[in-house]
Design a protein around this ligand. Sequence first.
Ligand code: NAD
Ligand code: AKB
Length: 311
Amino acid sequence: MSNTLIIGAGGQIGTELTLALRSQSEKGQIIAADIRDNSPDLIKDGPYIQLDILKRDEVRRYIIDNQIETVYLLAALLSATAEKNPDFAWKLNMEGLFTILDLAKEGYVKKIFWPSSIAVFGPSTPADNTPQHTIMEPSTVYGISKLAGERWCEYYYNKFGVDVRSIRYPGLISYKSPPGGGTTDYAVDIFYQAKSCGKYTCFLSKNTALPMMFMDDAIRATIQLMNAPADRIRIRSAYNLGGISFTPEEIARSIQRQLPKFEITYQPDFRQAIADSWPNSIEDNYAVNDWDWKLEYDLERITHEMLKNIT
Ligand code: NAD
Ligand code: AKB
């Protein structure tokens, strides 16, 4: 198996992806990279390098010198943080992608995973069961960067044969590593607050439905897509992945079934407008047909796992 580099490995997805890939690989082959000085404790069992994806020459040198053939590029600013610093969000979310796409175009990197998001959709997109191909007019800088990234991925595949694969992740729910500044972060915070003090003030309104997914499902989907034969990958922009759709009120009710005294109140902030521009639910028949995608975790199971594992 070839050497694999995960850039942004210290984040919510990166830590769990690193753990999962290492469990399936030879020792030393899965290299974690992040701008942070030190590796998170969870992934200290394998190689870690400090790397800034914006330092194009350093990234190129590392990848070429170490014969890295597969890159997972996860470093990005997420939706809420990006709205506070749009110029930098555009720079970070786009420049790193070109660095890796160009290395693949030149033949050094053989396979790329670059995540997109439900944020590529906007207020004019059909909100329920949003199809793979539909109106896409995102209104956030994050969504604009993800949509532009998707178009470039497809372009590099069509023009240069670059094997780049992508998923439009829904909001991801996990307990091993905290979320990094998104609009869907409430669906993680709520479990921590439920366990620590029994109440939660939600920054979205109670009826805001969004597509969400448990991290185990997201990691399984990512590895399944990366392992699928190239001739089965019909979408070279990014695959819709539905997950499950629920509102803050519904997740609160699910928590109350296990912690009956849990209370929720609502104080929507600037993230409400972002959430309102995203779909309520997503159709993912292309992922099902092309690489046999199947969801495992529903809301009750997620609630059970989160409350059991948060200490
Ligand atoms: P995160 O913020 O938790 O992690 C990002 C990591 O990138 C951090 O560890 C950060 O230190 C690192 N990083 C930042 N700048 C860097 C740089 N210049 N060089 C190297 N590393 C740098 O994000 P995440 O939730 O793990 O998301 C990873 C990817 O998945 C992002 O592209 C995000 O847009 C996408 N995504 C995430 C979700 C979600 O719910 N978590 C949903 C849809 C898409
Ligand atoms: C965010 O809320 O920004 C992310 C995402 C859905 O892309 N979780």
